[in-house]
Design a protein around this ligand. Structure first.
Ligand code: FPP
Length: 278
């Protein structure tokens, strides 16, 4: 967390927010649905792609902030399996932006010891994107700081289907298909996010109250933070506020609150779902 103060202005709002965080209770895994690029552009009478372009800087800042804070995993929803329904020009712009980001940000990833991982049905991506993504993933594979999972051509249901099919294939290869019975752990270990803990905090920008097929299995007990802020306007300040809000939650995982005591079991210190006004 000390590394974060190196890039903050003393006495700034971000400094004060960072100081009020409990370094012992940082979320290990933050997941973000980056939404509202189109609306951001429309509000300015700009084409939708201008919103996506403006969405790159918050990605850069969020990644750096999480790395410097000491968050271990950050999963970003960059392109859903349903996003193919958008006009071709918009989809092509998203690939161009992703390739630009990878080319430009590799030094920042390396400098901050960040490992990049791509999750989703990657074989459905354009060849060039697959190749350049693969190169960045390989170049950062030995880094052991923050792991950034970029969800691309990603769908939560497809991920579970792929995990089940992987299990079936393994079982078929072993000749044990007839007696196959499956545990939660068997599925978790075959998800694209295998090895990472489930997200503690799920942030969604632009105020939509939806999960949009994101990490369906993994968010069973994630704390939700939904902000009206559109993704291009999502700043470090807002990220720090989301983490602070998360630290005020009473996480019970279906059990009772240790703070509640036996006469007052399991009251939420804060509502589990918060909508934060801009
Ligand atoms: C949702 O906004 C955003 C996306 C579908 C794409 C996210 C892409 C970026 C943030 C830019 C580049 C990303 C990386 C990783 C470099 P929307 O278009 O659905 O907005 P709307 O709901 O207002 O129309």
């Amino acid at each position: 967390m000390e590394a974060l103060f190196e890039i903050l202005k003393p006495a700034s709002e971000d400094w004060a927010l960072a100081e009020s965080l409990d370094p012992e209770r940082l979320p290990a895994h933050i997941a973000i649905i980056m939404d509202g690029n189109g609306r951001w552009a429309r509000q300015r009478n700009l084409p939708r792609v201008a919103g996506h372009r403006a969405g790159v800087e918050p990605v850069r800042q969020t990644v750096e902030t999480c790395a410097r804070l000491g968050v271990k995993y950050l999963t970003l929803y960059a392109f859903s399996s349903e996003n193919w329904k958008r006009p071709r020009t918009e989809v092509d712009t998203l690939w161009r932006l992703l390739r630009l980001y990878l080319a430009k940000e590799l030094p920042l990833l390396q400098r901050n010891n960040i490992r990049l991982v791509a999750i989703g049905r990657l074989d459905g991506l354009p060849e060039r994107v697959q190749q350049e993504l693969g190169e960045s993933v390989e170049a950062t594979a030995a880094n052991d700081g923050l792991q950034v999972n970029l969800a691309i051509n990603y769908g939560g249901r497809a991920e579970v289907v792929d995990a089940v099919n992987a299990l079936l294939a393994e079982s078929r290869a072993r000749g044990t298909l007839g007696g196959l019975s499956v545990s939660e752990d068997d599925i978790s270990k075959r998800l694209y996010t295998a090895g990472a803990p489930d997200p503690d905090l799920l942030i969604r920008t632009s105020g939509e109250m939806r999960i949009s097929n994101f990490l369906l299995w993994q968010i069973a007990y994630a704390e939700l933070y939904i902000t009206e802020t559109l993704w291009p306007d999502f700043t470090r300040t807002e990220l720090l506020k989301a983490i602070l809000d998360y630290q005020r939650r009473d996480r019970r995982f279906g059990g009772l609150s240790p703070a509640g005591g036996k006469d007052n079991p399991g009251r939420h210190a804060q509502p589990a779902l918060r909508v934060v006004a801009r």
